[in-house]
Design a protein around this ligand. Structure first.
Ligand code: B12
Ligand code: SF4
Length: 462
């Protein structure tokens, strides 16, 4: 039996972000569960949510003396990952393996710089036991599990000491955990670096409901749906909603959706199953920009989809959080303002403005490298840094701030109206309690709360 310590690294050890303790790291909880099933001893440290300093993390590694340390690496946590690997080397003789979204998209020749023993490309459930038992070195390509129902449930008990559902250190929900109802995505947005080859794989509604029943017994009342895109297949959602209703399960769900599935049947089903808030990648409402992002084969219909989704959210009392991206090469300031005004006037509750990032693995990053705008070892850069928009970071940031101001002015009011419309007393009470309870904190971090967009986070020194 090996002892394995999984670590979820923070964006930064020095500074904590908006989403620090928002949702548990399901990827490593799935791997932990597979390893437990094979008789290994597993622990998980969510260094982001537990707000550990590098020194505290080092102490923990020294105390636990794990045989194997496993890290999840995102592109924006790459630097933290490297620092953790050094710390592991300093404090123990553990074998170190790194996986996660960055490892899956990074050019392989740069992986060695991380300093680990092995790197896993892809979803690792079918490889992790062999890795822990045989400790191979180098790059390992894992085969994506296809039968989602055959996976064990994530080992959530390993992070039960962490209170998730926080936004800037404020608890925004009831007892929350994450769930995956599907993996992968059918689309290929050009700024996104989810590998398209992953394909869309979904769990059966019956099995998801069995997991929800367990979570209900464990006292969870809020669920973050961590799917890339929950509404990918509306028929699946409608079926799931029907089962949830039949079982009498009562949760509040949060998740990510696309605007181009705006059917009434889908929204009615989501409302019935308890979906409370959805975050949408709107990005822009200007067809040329939407085309450049390859959001849809029908860019001219995109504004209609956006409007219809906002209308349906209003009708069914679902909070609409619309994300916009600023800085596509052909995008003018008028275009950007048009997108903001479209959401402001059309019924969005919150708007999250982001400066366009060129991130390794995305089609626009590949293009910028080919054009000689980026070095292949430059894994992330903002559009203004690359001179790929006529506007400066400050100009784009002003637009992000405008979104933040709208959210600050309107978001709480309109969300509360939706909560009232749902006529759920428990929810109204929770909303009031959270808001009143955290009022002073909210005042203190107001600006950051609404301005947590990607570009800003990246430009804030990382
Ligand atoms: C839920 C989620 C969040 C949640 C919760 C984060 C969390 N604690 O997991 C919140 C909202 C807080 C969040 C925040 C951010 N997120 Co996020 N998030 C996701 C999302 C939608 C699901 C994650 C998940 O559960 N996946 C399912 C599991 C099964 O997959 P997995 O995590 O990749 O794990 C598998 C493999 O990668 C591998 N693996 C993972 N770790 C390890 C470790 C070892 C040792 C091994 C061997 C293998 C291995 O095996 C796992 C099991 O199959 C993903 C998109 C996605 N679908 O993955 C984006 C995603 C991971 N997020 C992303 C980003 C950019 C962020 C932010 C940086 C955004 C920001 N600017 O603030 C922050 C980072 C905060 C932080 N420090 O984590 C990007 C990362 C891109 C990249 N290349 O790095 C993704 C891929 C979204 C995207 N399309 O671009 N996120
Ligand atoms: S941005 Fe969302 S919809 Fe587009 S490819 Fe990425 S995960 Fe899929």
């Amino acid at each position: 039996m090996a002892s394995v310590l999984f670590i979820y690294p923070p964006l930064s050890f020095e500074e904590r972000g908006a989403l620090s303790a928002y949702a548990p790291p399901l990827g490593i909880l799935y791997l932990a569960s597979v390893l437990q099933g094979a008789g290994h001893r597993v622990q998980v440290v969510d260094a982001e949510a537990e707000r550990l300093s590098l020194r505290e993390l080092g102490e923990r590694i020294r105390r636990e003396k794990p045989d194997v340390v496993g890290l999840t690496c995102l592109t924006l946590t790459l630097e933290s990952c490297k620092r953790i690997v050094k710390e592991v080397r300093r404090r123990s003789g553990a074998y170190v393996v790194v996986g996660g979204p960055h490892i899956s998209v990074s050019p392989p020749e740069y992986l060695k710089e991380i300093g680990a023993d092995a790197y896993v490309v892809g979803e690792a459930e079918e490889e992790i036991v062999r890795i822990v038992e045989e400790r191979p070195s180098g790059i390992i390509r894992a085969r994506e599990p296809q039968d989602m129902d055959s996976l064990p449930l994530p080992a959530r008990e390993l992070v039960e000491h962490v209170e998730y559902g926080q936004f800037y250190g404020m608890k925004m929900t009831g007892k929350i955990t994450g769930i995956l109802t599907s993996r992968g995505c059918r689309y290929g947005c050009t700024y996104c670096n989810r590998p398209k080859k992953l394909g869309f794989r979904s769990r059966s509604p019956r099995q998801i409901v069995e997991e929800l029943k367990l979570l209900d017994r464990e006292g969870f009342d809020s669920i973050w749906i961590a799917d890339d895109n929950f509404t990918n297949d509306p028929r699946r959602v409608i079926k799931l909603a029907e089962l949830i209703r039949r079982e009498g399960l009562k949760f509040h769900f949060f998740g990510q959706a696309r605007v181009d599935t705006p059917s009434r049947a889908l929204y009615r089903a989501m409302r019935e199953m308890g979906v409370l808030a959805l975050s949408y990648g709107v990005e822009s409402v200007v067809p040329e920009v939407v085309r450049w992002y390859a959001k849809t084969p029908h860019p001219e219909r995109w504004p209609h989809y956006v409007k219809r989704s906002m209308d349906l959210c209003r009708e069914y009392g679902i909070i609409f959080l619309g994300s916009l991206i600023f800085g596509a090469p052909m995008e003018t300031k008028e275009d950007m303002v048009r997108s903001i005004e479209f959401l402001e006037k059309g019924g969005a509750d919150f708007i999250n403005g982001n400066i366009l990032l060129y991130m390794v693995g995305s089609a626009i990053w590949n293009w910028a490298v080919r054009e000689g705008r980026l070095r292949p070892d430059q894994f992330v850069a903002t559009a203004p840094e690359l001179g790929l928009t006529p506007y400066s970071k400050e100009e784009l940031q002003e637009l992000c701030d405008r979104c933040a101001d709208f959210s600050k002015r309107e978001g709480w009011k309109s969300s509360f109206r939706k909560i009232l419309q749902r006529r759920e007393l428990g929810l109204i009470w929770m909303g009031l309690r959270r808001y009143v309870g955290d009022y002073l904190k909210i005042r203190r971090v107001r600006r950051e709360i609404y301005g947590y967009g990607y570009g800003k986070r990246y430009t804030a020194g990382r």
